[in-house]
Design a protein around this ligand. Structure first.
Ligand code: ADP
Length: 487
């Protein structure tokens, strides 16, 4: 039903006319001859619903019919709904954790006093963990006690003891791992004052950088059994990020940086957040779609896949940021051991193969190649970044060949990662290993990246006192070489 001069209509409502309604359209929503609902649109313009618009809106109403019918059907399938609810909840939690981590980074790098920064990080943790009090304690090198440096919580919970020499947090510090007391009043480590304030469960988490414990985060709840295995896992996974950023916050606070360093930091922050915004927006958009509407199965599947892909790239960016942050604060530590390249390369290839289906990865290691002497995590990161680039910059597929050759005279093994991809022209090789350096050519335009990968590789190799070099021909492919020590 179309009414293009509403005030003149015999059944017009006075209220609607007063509100300025001039035209109106009412469209039945039907599915298989069943009336499911009504779509009504109003306009403040006379004659708004032209024939074209009516046709368009009729089409939309028909579509809605199919959609609503689907929704009705789906409502009946409770198992599916339950599954969806769970994956939505998981997704929500993951997004929340990532946001918290980014929040920490923003706080750590941004302005403000050390105390403000710490409090706002603790506040985020308190929100995520739904606890009543979160405190941060650091060891006092003089007497070994754990001193309260920041806390945030309900008014009846704050004011925790200033220095502690026993209790759950001291236990966590001594053990170097998280301690959970889900029935705090009956824990042998309870402290009477804290019980008197209403504490019923407690979790103490060591915050580490490298091998040393920087601080202990103490989370307290008024409820018994507050810390479920899932919550413990989430809090623990946020712990590492907090460590690095706490350290950064402390450094930022104490050291006055030279201008160029600040400039670099500013660029880092703005590029990093720019990189994060895109996948974040995609995740937000698609999860909203999944939350608000019951969609056909294939669209749901596609949305979830997109969310998954973007969450992966988001966590890769966050990992890169944390690495760069560690490099900048001099916190990259090494724990070298003898490592078999065959195993490590097989792992690296296996982790990347499912993402790139068009490529073949070949690993060729001679029997006489000895193990290398390196920090396995750093080495794995270096090789992953290089193999990932080899795959990424071969958009048409092709072979990736990884070879390792022994150079006994110089006690080294040279690993070469060769691709058949785009190649790098000589003029673009300068600055290849610099922070944020990306080659901007038409062929690379659609390839995502942040220009952090090779910088991290180079910095990590510098730390190992090792070199990296590249041979490449435009259009034919590139080979990146890294030399690794055998002792
Ligand atoms: P990202 O891949 O995030 O842009 P990287 O620091 O890993 O950052 O690489 C910097 C640039 O070097 C890339 O933008 C790309 O243009 C170029 N590059 C790296 N590896 C290769 C490769 N195997 N083949 C061609 N170009 C490469």
């Amino acid at each position: 039903m179309v009414v293009n001069d509403y005030p003149a209509h015999p059944q017009a409502s006075m209220v609607a006319v007063e509100q300025g309604v001039k035209s109106l359209i009412l469209l039945p929503i039907t599915a298989r001859d069943r009336m499911l609902g009504m779509l009504s649109l109003i306009s403040v313009k006379t004659g708004h619903f032209t024939a074209d618009r009516v046709q368009l809106l009729t089409g939309i109403a028909d579509g809605l019919g199919i959609f609503l019918e689907n929704a009705e059907l789906n409502e009946q399938v409770s198992l599916e709904l339950e599954l969806r609810r769970r994956s939505e909840e998981q997704l929500r939690q993951q997004t929340e954790d990532l946001e918290a981590l980014l929040g920490f980074a923003r706080v750590a790098i941004g302005p403000g006093s050390l105390e403000e920064k710490l409090t706002s990080i603790l506040e985020a943790l308190r929100r995520i963990s739904a606890t009543n009090e979160v405190a941060l304690r650091v060891p006092d090198p003089d007497n070994g006690s754990l001193v309260l440096v920041a806390e945030t919580g309900d008014s009846d919970m704050t004011g925790q003891p200033k220095a502690l020499t026993r209790g759950v947090s001291v236990k966590a510090f001594d053990l170097g791992e998280a301690v959970i007391a889900n029935d705090y009043p009956s824990s042998p480590d309870h402290i009477a004052d804290t019980v008197a304030k209403g504490a019923n469960s407690m979790m103490a988490l060591p915050v580490k950088t490298g091998h040393s414990i920087l601080a202990i985060v103490v989370l307290i709840s008024k409820h018994r059994y507050h810390f479920s295995p899932q919550l413990i896992a989430r809090i623990t996974s946020l712990g590492e990020g907090i460590g690095v950023l706490l350290e950064n916050a402390r450094l930022n606070h104490e050291v006055t940086f030279k201008e160029d360093l600040e400039q670099r930091r500013d660029t880092f922050v703005s590029v990093a957040f720019h990189e994060i915004r895109t996948p974040m927006a995609v995740i937000e958009g698609y999860s909203e779609l999944l939350l608000n509407k019951t969609l056909p199965e294939h669209i749901k599947q596609e949305s979830l896949e997109r969310i998954h892909r973007n969450a992966r790239s988001l966590s890769a960016i966050v990992d890169d940021m944390l690495n760069v942050s560690r490099i900048h604060s001099g916190k990259l530590t090494l724990d070298p051991k003898h490592v078999s390249l065959a195993n490590l390369l097989a792992e690296v290839a296996a982790s990347l193969e499912p993402i790139y289906v068009q490529h073949q990865i070949y690993i060729e290691i001679g029997a006489q190649v000895p193990p290398v002497f390196a920090d396995v995590d750093k080495l794995s990161q270096i090789l992953t970044n290089l193999v990932d680039n080899a795959l990424k910059y071969s958009p048409d597929g092709g072979d990736i060949t990884i070879t390792a050759t022994h150079d006994p005279k110089r006690d080294r093994v040279v690993v070469a990662i060769a691709d058949e991809g785009l190649g790098i022209p000589p003029e673009d090789r300068e600055g290849l290993f610099e922070l944020f350096h990306r080659i901007r050519r038409p062929e690379t335009a659609g390839i995502k990246g942040s220009g952090l990968g090779l910088y991290i590789v180079k910095e990590m190799l510098d730390l190992l006192n090792r070199e990296i070099w590249v041979e490449s021909e435009l259009g034919k492919g590139s080979t990146f070489f890294v030399s690794l020590p055998t002792k």
